[in-house]
Design a protein around this ligand. Structure first.
Ligand SMILES: C[S@@+](CC[C@H](N)C(=O)[O-])C[C@H]1O[C@@H](n2cnc3c(N)ncnc32)[C@H](O)[C@@H]1O
Length: 440
């Protein structure tokens, strides 16, 4: 592990502030007046705890500062990038006193002012897991209302997936700028940063002729490298409302997971990390422990990944119902699960399917894998009302998950187990699988 003493260098940084000075924190404003931080101002500060969003919190003369490219405990010079009511955002541009977990970012674009895709390249891989676990703890406290003792009992941990922190991203969407150059977006911006390589992209994607050539008619370029060995490039036109076929590679790609081979449109939803699908299936089966004959629902089912795995356990006599709203997902589920007689695929929004009782009958097991916004209170209440013995909740946003855990608790259920997985190394994102059950 390298431990740089003084460099989070800001490529292309402009002047620090109009008078060129760095405001020393805790001593009041340098000019003697009490005023808030201003955009582009540089300030020396001590970094506090991690927060959701890929940054840490700091305070300067009472003002809250969300600092990127920093680690808790560090003393840094931060440059203010945005000023809001109640808080400012800033980038650590010089590290005066580095934390032991700091490493040199492997990617030259993972710097203030450049690519915004990775938040944690400056953090040692093992410390990234601790960072994400701390965020999950904080969200469970603040949004789910769990006590420290309850969270301790859950033993919140985030596990690494096989393959290391680079070369994992099997689906990459490159943005294209007005000059037709492909790249990645700046943090919290639509500005395209042209890159010659993305180190977290799968090696088969890094080898594609996408970067460094012009894309005059595209708004974005999507690259896929599937676990079945297929590689595609799709140029997305400015009007993204129409699905377009790949310009290179097959129209459908093969994925291998849950002991099966899947065929999906290149543009359809599939887990992004090559080891993710099997990791999540393993956790869901382990937590639900499906028994022969138990009917199940796979809500927000996509191509039916969890339905296939659960169906193999409960057997052909038990009904497993997939609910999915995207046409592509519904078609992929019907196609891929055709050999499983107990599986039924319902094309509907989950909210509607539950409220209008389009899925009925007794249910013992539910898999909930909603998009980032979470399932929401109405869906949670309808799931509880259906009376399953257990719910496996697969979540890509700890905040939405925590809010839904609170709704479960209000309905007399508890979060009995929780597993965290680092499906998105180098980024702030984390995946959770929680087991919810009626409280004992
Ligand atoms: C996180 S993905 C999970 C897919 C699948 N469980 C998997 O792991 O491959 C969420 C899925 O929910 C679908 N979806 C989003 N909102 C929905 C809704 N309101 N009702 C039903 N499906 C929805 C999306 O199309 C997507 O396939």
């Amino acid at each position: 592990m390298t431990r740089p003493s003084v460099d989070a260098s800001r490529a292309g940084a402009g002047p620090a502030r109009s008078d060129g000075r760095v405001r020393p924190a805790g001593t009041g404003p340098a000019d003697g007046e009490r005023r808030g931080l201003e955009e582009a101002e540089r300030v020396e500060l001590t970094v506090d705890a991690v927060a959701p969003g890929g940054h840490c919190v700091a305070r300067v003369d009472g003002q809250v500062v969300f600092v990127r490219h920093a680690l808790p405990g560090e003393r840094v010079v931060a440059e203010v990038t945005e000023v809001h009511r109640g808080f400012v955002r800033a980038d650590a541009v010089t590290v005066l006193d580095a934390a032991p977990q700091r490493v040199a970012p492997p990617c030259p674009y993972a710097k203030p002012g450049l690519c915004g895709g990775c938040d944690l390249q400056h953090v040692a891989p093992a410390a990234q897991l601790d960072w994400k676990a701390a965020v999950v703890r904080e969200q469970l406290t603040r949004l789910a209302g769990l006590t420290d003792a309850e969270i301790d009992r859950l033993g919140v941990r985030v596990a690494a997936l096989p393959g290391g922190p680079l070369g994992w991203r099997s689906r990459v969407r490159y943005a294209v700028d007005a000059a037709g150059r492909a790249g990645l977006l700046k943090h919290r911006s639509h500005e395209v940063v042209p890159v010659d390589r993305c180190l977290i992209a799968h090696p088969a994607i890094q080898a594609l002729p996408v970067l460094g050539r012009p894309w005059p008619a595209a708004e974005a370029v999507e690259a896929v490298a599937s676990t079945g060995g297929d590689v595609t490039i799709t140029a997305l036109p400015p009007d993204g409302s129409v699905a377009v076929p790949p310009i290179d590679g097959p129209v459908t790609v093969r994925e291998v997971a849950a002991g099966r081979e899947w065929t999906l449109p290149a543009s359809g939803f599939w887990q992004v990390h090559p080891a993710a699908a099997d990791t999540l299936v393993g956790a869901v089966l382990d937590l639900l422990d499906p028994q022969p004959g138990e009917p199940a629902w796979d809500l927000y089912g996509g191509a039916g990944l969890f339905a296939a795995a659960v169906a193999a356990r409960v057997g052909p006599a038990a009904r497993v119902t997939v609910v999915e709203s995207a046409g592509e997902g519904v078609a992929a589920a019907r196609d891929n699960l055709r050999d499983l007689p107990g599986v039924e695929v319902v094309a509907a929004r989950v909210e509607t399917a539950l409220a209008r009782r389009r899925i009925t009958g007794p249910v013992d097991l539910v898999v909930l894998d909603p998009p980032r916004s979470g399932a929401g209170a109405r869906v949670v209440r309808d799931v509880v009302a259906a009376g399953p013995r257990a719910v496996a909740y697969v979540a890509c946003d700890p905040a939405a998950f925590a809010r839904d855990v609170r709704t479960f608790a209000e309905a007399g259920w508890e979060l009995a187990e929780l597993r965290g997985f680092d499906l998105f190394p180098m980024t702030r994102h984390v995946e959770l699988v929680g087991l919810l059950q009626p409280a004992r």
